[in-house]
Design a protein around this ligand. Sequence first.
Ligand SMILES: Cc1cc2nc3c(=O)[nH]c(=O)nc-3n(C[C@H](O)[C@H](O)[C@H](O)COP(=O)(O)OP(=O)(O)OC[C@H]3O[C@@H](n4cnc5c(N)ncnc54)[C@H](O)[C@@H]3O)c2cc1C
Length: 459
Amino acid sequence: MRGLGEENVSRLIGIVGRENVLTQTKAIEDYAHDMADYESVPAAVVRPLTEGQVAEVVRLAAMTGFPLIARGAGSSLTGAAVIENGIIIDTRRMDRVLKVDTVNWYVHVQPGISLEDLNKELKPHGFFFPPDPASSYICTVGGAISEGSGGLRCVRYGTMKDWVLALRVVLPNGKAVKFGEALAKNRAGYDLVHLMVGSEGTLGVVTEAWLKIIPIPDVKTKRFMVTFGDWESAGEVISRLRSSRILPNLFEFLDKDNIHALNEKLEMSFDEAEATLLVDVEETQVPVAEEIFQECGAVKIIVARDEEQAEAFYQARAMAYVAIKTLATGIQVEDIVVPIDRLGEFLRFVKGVAAKYGIKIPVNGHAGDGNVHPTILYEREDQKSRETANAAFEEICRQAISMGGSVTGEHGVGMQKPKFLKEQLIAHDGEEALRLMKEIKAVFDRERIMNPGKYVEAA
Ligand SMILES: Cc1cc2nc3c(=O)[nH]c(=O)nc-3n(C[C@H](O)[C@H](O)[C@H](O)COP(=O)(O)OP(=O)(O)OC[C@H]3O[C@@H](n4cnc5c(N)ncnc54)[C@H](O)[C@@H]3O)c2cc1C
């Protein structure tokens, strides 16, 4: 049966107030898909303000058996943020910074604040929170924790898992608990904090987080945009910068299709070279880096002349997905990780797959992490086109697994690739790990209400 029924809707209204319960088709439209257009229509959306309200909603779901998910901005690219005929808890009214501690170097926040707003609050204190998914302008702390998100600065600073100290969580049984401590060191017990990071909303609802922060660095850097006529040369630069012990603050790449889409759809004006690297290098290391760019056959080396141009280079990378998404009615974004010294080889493989199937697969990614985003374009209403895209997707995932890589570095699994999570774990000696993961899900969520049927459970 569709819908929660009048009695349950009244109960939700009793918990969060009439204006914070949405059930009408029009009102819940925005919640029926994520940003890669995975679709499932929820029965209701609730917008709580307190942890107590979250707990009451979760208890109602547990009692009635309706599935439930927490949702931030819905910027997930894997179907993790949608649910069929269930309850969505929109956390975005819970968006307060509760404490900035500049001695113990942490910030205590509610889950619904966006990463960009969090950094705006930290800036006057001279601190920042480094993980910066390209979606930072909308994505929430709760979503980024649950997805274990990475971003452009992660080459130097790591991903979300490196920055979470402690959490308050409402478990699927409705109990509110605290995991971890807001301390620089703590190893009391199993690490349940990091079990939550990357759990894709399947184990509980994050209601508060204590996140590490660090001072805004005052080391001077230069931002380069460097273009190449082929991927071999770009791959060589990546290897040589690393073996020269240069650790860039930002180290990204884009292919010709990405730059073309940015120029055409977002009115940018960058050179449309086969391969483009974006690199932030500390000033003392600039001469070595420039020598490497030249020796590896760079076509053009541009140093950002001021902050405005540096920001324009950054936006090219951050907005690439938005530009590419306009190129076709269907889009499948991949999130492969390969050993960094095999990045060039993998990029060539992806281009070969695109040629073999006669389709477009624009590629961008995080060069310093070996994290590649092949973006497979297809036509949604065309069955044949969907099948071709899927065949390309499967080849790309299998190649990554065979190279000792991973099918996801930051976007997660959701409903997009449980099959390949399983293939990867089996291929890499992780069969027993998968069994344990499934048991962990069952221990946390006996009623199977929290984002059920996805991720580990579906693998
Ligand atoms: C243009 C664009 C660029 C992107 N770039 C990157 C990138 O560079 N790096 C990257 O890693 N990802 C990227 N993403 C993917 C996505 O933005 C991230 O995964 C993001 O962190 C999700 O945050 P959100 O608030 O939108 O979460 P949602 O999409 O709303 O939810 C994602 C998952 O988190 C769960 N969740 C949300 N809030 C909570 C909570 N309080 N408690 C428990 N579970 C919760 C949901 O149930 C769901 O399973 C990008 C997406 C887009 C559209």
